[in-house]
Design a protein around this ligand. Sequence first.
Ligand code: SF4
Ligand code: SF4
Length: 171
Amino acid sequence: MTEKSVKASEIKSDFKYKISKMHGGEKLMRCFQCGTCTSDCPVARFSDTYRPRQIIRMAQLGLKDRVLDSDTLWLCAACFTCTDRCPQDVEVASVIRVLRNLAAEEGHIPQVFKDQCASILESGYAYKIPELKLKKRESSGLPPLPKGNPDSLCKTLRSVDFLKHVERKVE
Ligand code: SF4
Ligand code: SF4
């Protein structure tokens, strides 16, 4: 996330209350910015921009658009190391999940995840397996890959209104 000065007009003072009312976000305001989550996060170790402590602070401050518009939010690997190590029991990984859900509701999902979702819904596989690879399997005497069955997943995602966020039509 970029470090920019904060303008008063950016601050949505009710944002922290909204998060605190959602399952997993209840302990957001307990964070005292010790930085343990960032120092132990395996993603932060390999990224110049991903800092869970910073995400939590921006959420506390009400910088809603900055947090929800940021692709960085989607780098979390949901390993829960931060949650296990937080001295304030903030459940950092769950707060990040809450923020992602809010971002998704507003249509902020990185294209790579939309494509992946569309592929799962179409074939049951996260990536479309190239025809050449399938032929190579066959010529090597390997059995065909099992057919994916995305129907039940499709039903669930339709019921939570998720499909409207995936641009490719999957019916
Ligand atoms: S470890 Fe917990 S208290 Fe420390 S910065 Fe992260 S969320 Fe805040
Ligand atoms: S759950 Fe996400 S933020 Fe927490 S340590 Fe793992 S990758 Fe980092």
